[in-house]
Write a protein that binds this ligand. Structure first.
Ligand SMILES: [Zn+2]
Length: 207
């Protein structure tokens, strides 16, 4: 689990949004000139090279720069997480509230559920693709039968022609439903489609 998953909010983001980099710099003894610059503490600086903009710092001589967290990391040679902890304590921000056991369990459960849902969707999509192709094949077959056995000159149509026409009528709305890609509607019709598929398979065996 990533570190920001163990806290009620993303501590890095929150710390950065709650602090003004100029105040932080001054708090850690970096003297800001009235032009908003400072002597860079990260190299042997004689003219103020450290600039501040958009709540970030940048030294145009040695290249060091970043957020308040980067600033504290560089001043004290500490990790991002330790810098965050230090800022949280020094400025009394009350940001790092670890999740309790119950909240961590809830988070893990949610991840599990997400995976489960993704698996269901995946198998649904596979089923949909296979079924759609299956019905389409059958549709073409019945269409061919219908065409080749089309009654001519007011003849009585054959029984197979009727059968094919009848099945085309049933398969067409199923194909339309699949083509709509409306997952909810398709799921609504899921058991009907499945039963119909079985019925057709039985019929094919009889033919
Ligand atoms: Zn510098």
């Amino acid at each position: 689990m990533k570190i920001d998953n163990l806290f009620t909010t993303n501590p890095f983001k929150e710390i950065k949004s709650k602090l003004n980099i100029l105040e932080v710099a001054e708090y850690y003894k970096i003297k800001i000139t009235n032009k908003g610059k400072a002597i860079c503490p990260f190299h042997d600086d004689h003219h103020p090279s450290l600039c501040f903009k958009n709540n970030r710092f940048k030294c145009f001589a040695c290249g060091v720069g970043g957020s308040v967290i980067d600033l504290v990391m560089n001043i004290f040679y500490i990790s991002a997480f330790d810098a965050t902890k230090k800022l949280n304590e020094d400025f009394n921000l009350g940001v790092l509230k670890p999740l309790n056991k119950y909240e961590i369990q809830k988070l893990a459960k949610r991840k599990e559920n997400e995976e489960e849902i993704n698996n269901i969707i995946k198998s649904f999509e596979t089923w949909k693709k296979d079924s759609e192709q299956w019905f389409l094949k059958l549709f073409k077959l019945f269409r061919n039968i219908q065409k080749s056995l089309a009654p001519k000159n007011f003849q009585q149509p054959s029984e197979i022609w009727f059968l094919a026409s009848n099945y085309i009528e049933h398969i067409e709305p199923i194909l339309e439903l699949f083509a709509s890609n409306d997952r909810e509607q398709i799921l609504d019709g899921y058991s009907n489609i499945k039963n119909y598929k079985f019925k057709l398979i039985e019929l094919m065996e009889e033919l």
